[in-house]
Write a protein that binds this ligand. Structure first.
Ligand SMILES: C[S@@+](CC[C@H](N)C(=O)[O-])C[C@H]1O[C@@H](n2cnc3c(N)ncnc32)[C@H](O)[C@@H]1O
Length: 538
C-alpha cells in the first residue's frame, strides 16, 4: 500500500499532482488517501500527510459503520481490495475486514509519526492508544509510544516532571510546519502583475480615492537585522498617496466581512464586528438577528443583508461553541476567520483561496527555491524552515468538523477544503489579521481588512487608524517627535508611501520591536528605530 518514493523533487511533485487529480474520481478510496498522504510525507509535508491519513481513518469508519458515506466508502474499498488482492472478490465481510486491518494499520502508521514530527504530541498519544487497542501485537505501533515518550521527556525535563505523572491533557499539541506557497497552488496571483495591481486599485478606489497600491521596496528583516545590517531589500506591496493629503484628513474607510468573534454572539455585530453597545445611540442602527437561526446579531440592515448575501446562509445554525482556554484565545480567532472564509466560499460558490478578501493578501511564505533548499530523504520537513503554527485540532480536525456541520462533503470537496488550503489560509491570516482584546485582556475579535493590510509599518507613521466595525485611516496631525529626526511636516505628498503602525508607538525602541517582531518577521529597522537604537548604544 505504501508507494515507493521517487528520487527527485520534480518526480515526487509530478506523482503528487497525478494523485491530486485522481482524488476527484476516487474521493472515498482509503488506498488513494494513503497514497496521497505518502506523497506529501515524501515531499517534507508531514502536516499535509496527517490530513489525508486522518481522512483514511474516517473512511475506514464509514466502511465499518452505517454512516452517511457508508455505501460510497464500501464501494471504493471493494475496488481497493480487488486491486490489492488481484481478485474480483466482492464479499462485503472480507472487504470490511481488509479495511479494518490493512487500511486502518497503514493509516495509523502514517498519522502517528507525522503528528509526532509536527509537535502534536497529545493528539499522537490519543491515536497511539486507539491503534494499540486495535493492533495490540503490532511492534511498529508500539515503537511510536517510545518515540513519543522521548519527545515528552525532552519537552518536560526542563521542568523536572516525570512522564507517567503528567496528564495527557497537558501534553503539548502544537508545533510549526512549512509556511509556503505550495508548488501546486494555482490560486496565488502574481501580486506584482499589472492585472493584480489593477484589481487592487479598483478596490482601493472605492474606499480610498486618494490612495493606490504599488510595489514597494522594504528592508529584508530577519533575525540578524540591526542598524548595521540594513542593506538587503525585498519587493512587496505597499500603499501610496495619489494626491497630496492634508494633516487630519480621513483617507480610507474599509468594512470587512472577514471577521471572527470569540465572545457571546449578541455582543458584536456578526458581520463587521462593531460592539453592539457602541451603536445604541446611532439612530441609523438597530440590532437585528438572523430569522433563520436567531443566534447571530447585526448592527444594521446593511450588515444583515451583506451577511446573508456573502457568508451566513452556509453557516446559519452551525454551532461553533467551543471551550477555549486563555492561552488558546488568539489561535482560536484565526480558526474563526478560517470558518468565516469557508462560509464565504460556500455561499459565494468560489474556492476559498479565490475570495477577493483572501487572494491578494500577504502570506509571508518562506520564498526559498525548493529545488535548491529541499533536502529530501533526511529531515521530515525536507530542511525547509518551519514557521507556520500547526495543530491537528486547528488545521485538520476542526475545519473538517465545521464543514461536516455545514453539510459540505469533505471527501468530494477536497480540492476546495484540504489541509494545504487551511494552512495557506492560516498563513495569510497570521500575516494580516488585526485583533482586539476584551476587558479581560483576551483577544476577542479578529478581522482581515484586505486593503488596510497592504500598508507597511513604521514607528514614525504618517497615518493613524481606528477600528470600530470599519477600519478608518487618517493622516496624522502631528508626527512622532524623536531626537535626531529629520524635520518633516505632517500630511502626505503625492507619491509618498503610507506608513501605518503595527505597535504602540509610544513605547521604547526595544518594546516596540518586541511587539512588532511577529507581524514584521524581524526587528524593525525604520529610521526612528535605527536612530533610537544608536542613541542607546552611545
Ligand atoms: C501586513 S503586511 C504589509 C503589506 C505587505 N508589504 C504586502 O506586500 O502585502 C506585513 C508584512 O509587510 C512587511 N513589512 C511591513 N512593514 C515593514 C517594514 N517597515 N520593514 C520591512 N518589512 C515590512 C513585512 O514582511 C510584514 O510581514
Amino acid at each position: 500500500m505504501v508507494t515507493t518514493a521517487s528520487h527527485t523533487l520534480q518526480d515526487r511533485l509530478d506523482e503528487l499532482a497525478k494523485l491530486q487529480t485522481d482524488t476527484l474520481e476516487k474521493p472515498y478510496s482509503i488506498h488513494h488517501r494513503l497514497s496521497l498522504a505518502n506523497a506529501y510525507r515524501s515531499l517534507g509535508y508531514p502536516d499535509l500527510a496527517a490530513g489525508d491519513a486522518y481522512k483514511a481513518l474516517l473512511l475506514v469508519d464509514e466502511c465499518v459503520e452505517t454512516g452517511e458515506f457508508h455505501d460510497e466508502a464500501l464501494e471504493a474499498a471493494t475496488s481497493d481490495y480487488q486491486e490489492q488482492s488481484g481478485s474480483l472478490e466482492e464479499d462485503t465481510d472480507k472487504v470490511i475486514q481488509w479495511a479494518k486491518s490493512c487500511g486502518l494499520k497503514h493509516a495509523y502508521e502514517i498519522l502517528i509519526p507525522c503528528l509526532i514530527y509536527c509537535g502534536c504530541l497529545r493528539s499522537a498519544a490519543g491515536f497511539i492508544k486507539r491503534a494499540l487497542r486495535a493492533f495490540p501485537e503490532e511492534e511498529s505501533l508500539a515503537s511510536y509510544r517510545k518515540t513519543l515518550d522521548l519527545k515528552l521527556r525532552s519537552h518536560f525535563t526542563l521542568k523536572n516532571n516525570d512522564i507517567d505523572a503528567i496528564n495527557i491533557e497537558d501534553y503539548p499539541d502544537k508545533g510549526f510546519v512549512r509556511r509556503e506557497l505550495y508548488p501546486w497552488n494555482q490560486h496565488e496571483p502574481d501580486r506584482f502583475s499589472p492585472e493584480a495591481l489593477q484589481f487592487l486599485n479598483e478596490e482601493m478606489e472605492r474606499i480610498a480615492h486618494k490612495l493606490e497600491v504599488r510595489v514597494s521596496e522594504l528592508p529584508l528583516l530577519g533575525e540578524r537585522s540591526s542598524a548595521s545590517d540594513n542593506s538587503a531589500f525585498v519587493k512587496q506591496l505597499g500603499v501610496f498617496a495619489k494626491e497630496d493629503i492634508s494633516p487630519g484628513e480621513g483617507i480610507l474607510t474599509e468594512k470587512s466581512l472577514l471577521t471572527g468573534i470569540s465572545r457571546l454572539h449578541d455582543s458584536y455585530c456578526d458581520a463587521c464586528s462593531i460592539s453592539l453597545s457602541s451603536t445604541d445611540d446611532d439612530p441609523h442602527s438597530a440590532t437585528i438577528s438572523c430569522d433563520g437561526c436567531d443566534e447571530v446579531f447585526f448592527c444594521s440592515e446593511e450588515c444583515h443583508d451583506l451577511a446573508q448575501d456573502n457568508y451566513h446562509p452556509s453557516l446559519c445554525g452551525v454551532n461553533m461553541e467551543q471551550k477555549v482556554s486563555a492561552s488558546e484565545a488568539a489561535d482560536s480567532l484565526y480558526t474563526l476567520l478560517l470558518v468565516r472564509a469557508m462560509g464565504m466560499a460556500e455561499t459565494q460558490d468560489v474556492h476559498p483561496l479565490d475570495l477577493k478578501e483572501v487572494r491578494y493578501i500577504w502570506g509571508d511564505y518562506h520564498g526559498l527555491d525548493l529545488g535548491e533548499n529541499c533536502a529530501l530523504n533526511s529531515d521530515p520537513f525536507a530542511s525547509v524552515p518551519q514557521t507556520l503554527s500547526f495543530s491537528f485540532e486547528a488545521n485538520v480536525l476542526r475545519p473538517l468538523h465545521v464543514l461536516e456541520k455545514m453539510d459540505v462533503n469533505i471527501y468530494e470537496q477536497s480540492h476546495r477544503y484540504d489541509t494545504w488550503i487551511f494552512n495557506t489560509l492560516y498563513a495569510k491570516f497570521r500575516g494580516t489579521a488585526s485583533a482586539q482584546q476584551g476587558l479581560d485582556g483576551r483577544p476577542e475579535i479578529g478581522a482581515v481588512h484586505p486593503m488596510w493590510c497592504l500598508a507597511n509599518h513604521s514607528c514614525d507613521p504618517n497615518v493613524t487608524w481606528e477600528w470600530k466595525g470599519s477600519m478608518r485611516f487618517w493622516a496624522r496631525e502631528q508626527l512622532v517627535d524623536y531626537e535626531r529626526r529629520v524635520p518633516k511636516r505632517p500630511g502626505l505628498k503625492k507619491g509618498e508611501e503610507v506608513f501605518s503602525h503595527y505597535c504602540d508607538i509610544r513605547l521604547s525602541v526595544q518594546e516596540r520591536r518586541e511587539w512588532a517582531v511577529g507581524a514584521l518577521g524581524g526587528l524593525c529597522v525604520c529610521p526612528r528605530c535605527i536612530c533610537e537604537e544608536a542613541q542607546l548604544k552611545d
